[in-house]
Design a protein around this ligand. Structure first.
Ligand SMILES: Cc1cc2nc3c(=O)[nH]c(=O)nc-3n(C[C@H](O)[C@H](O)[C@H](O)COP(=O)(O)O)c2cc1C
Length: 185
């Protein structure tokens, strides 16, 4: 069975990103194996001072557990009109160039503001393109996340809830179609 790993892309304790990740895992688990990872667990202290080219064992272990999947869902909050700094650190210590190359990635943004982290997601997409990932075109931007999202029932808007469920149903199909193409030339 296909596996999709989810990254709650902040280290902020009690983040909405973690709540949204857990909720997304519940939907994805109808179709695939899935596991939630959080940058709260990233061994940040071990890269202090710049360990580029000398990636610590703890970071290699975090990276390889996360990368052991067929596809990835990043849940990204907006911090200062962008994505959290720790997400960039995470990317900077991934094995280069292979980690994300031709790997399917789905994106959900969430913020307390009105744009649902669209800026954060689209800036992150530039990095994903540089790393040659395959970005799933359906994306969700959860605006006013503190008012519009509930960890048990999802989004308060029926229309947006249907779109979220559609994204999470169709992403595994996207992953499967790419996996087949890579296996069967
Ligand atoms: C350092 C920091 C910067 C933030 N900057 C923005 C911002 O630019 N736009 C916005 O809509 N919300 C901003 N927020 C609020 C987050 O969107 C809010 O915390 C929301 O719950 C999503 O983040 P979370 O997953 O950490 O909970 C910021 C929060 C933090 C901690």
């Amino acid at each position: 069975m296909i596996k999709i790993n989810i990254l709650s892309s902040t280290d902020r304790p009690g983040s909405k990103a973690m709540n949204v990740s857990g909720y997304a895992a519940g939907i994805l688990s109808r179709y695939v194996d899935t596991e939630v990872f959080s940058l709260e667990d990233y061994p940040l202290a071990d890269v202090a001072g710049g360990k580029y080219g000398r990636t610590p064992q703890s970071v290699n272990e975090f990276n390889s557990s996360f990368l052991d999947a067929d596809g990835f869902l990043f849940v990204i909050p907006e911090y200062n009109g962008s994505f959290p700094g720790i997400l960039k650190i995470f990317i900077d210590y991934l094995p280069f160039p292979v980690a994300l190359e031709r790997r399917p990635i789905s994106l959900i943004g969430e913020s307390s503001g009105a744009f649902g982290a669209m800026r954060a997601v689209e800036q992150f997409e530039q990095i994903l393109k540089y790393r040659k990932a395959y970005i799933f075109p359906e994306r969700m931007f959860i605006q006013r996340v503190d008012k519009t999202f509930d960890s048990g029932s999802g989004l308060s808007s029926d229309v947006l809830q249907k779109l979220l469920e559609k994204q999470l149903k169709e992403f595994p199909e996207f992953v499967e179609s790419l996996t087949k193409q890579l296996v069967e030339p």
